[in-house]
Design a protein around this ligand. Sequence first.
Ligand code: NI
Length: 227
Amino acid sequence: MLIEIPAVLTKEQVRQCRAVMDAAEWVDGNVTSGSQSALAKHNMQLPEGAPVARQVGDLIQDALGMSPLFISAALPLKVFPPLFNRYEGGQAFGTHVDNAIRQLRGTNFRIRSDLSATLFLSEPEDYDGGVLTIEDTFGSQEVKLPAGHMVLYPSSSLHHVTPVTRGVRVSSFFWMQSMVRDDAQRTLLFQLDNAIQKLTADKGGKDAEVISLTGVYHNLLRMWADS
Ligand code: NI
């Protein structure tokens, strides 16, 4: 399932991030590709581990840690440090599936990519094209969000970014390993959690059905989660 997480960063945070990123040195995006995606990928990236990438990446991870919507949707176990890319002058990323395993260079930190994320750092009106297109079970989904907003999607999905034919598209992208590996199970937990939150708002946390459903949520999580 595709899930939009609005306003992960405020407009002011986006402006600050872009100011330091735009002044940084960018390199060919193929530094992080597997051999198949290298053939499809045409963009620029901030070098992994560059001070600017770490600084902005930490800001994003802190913001996600405070987002109940993100935590409920992703049930994150391990998040790969955010990476950053830039498309302009017709650059694009052809159809591919993200690598299943990601290892942080020079470390033992390794994740299985269950979920992929793109956090938009350019306003949609500032560029043409650059649409993230994701093959979902319900067909192709086209994603182009306001700056500061993020989309989460299963890493198993085929996806591509259409050519940027005007302006510049800057975004952050990263992967995470979820406590719940299976997308269908994770989606059910997310829907159940949403319903419980709404019921709690309507009926209060002491309502017997709210307590019962909350127990069901936690017992399903116990059954399906790795921690
Ligand atoms: Ni990808």
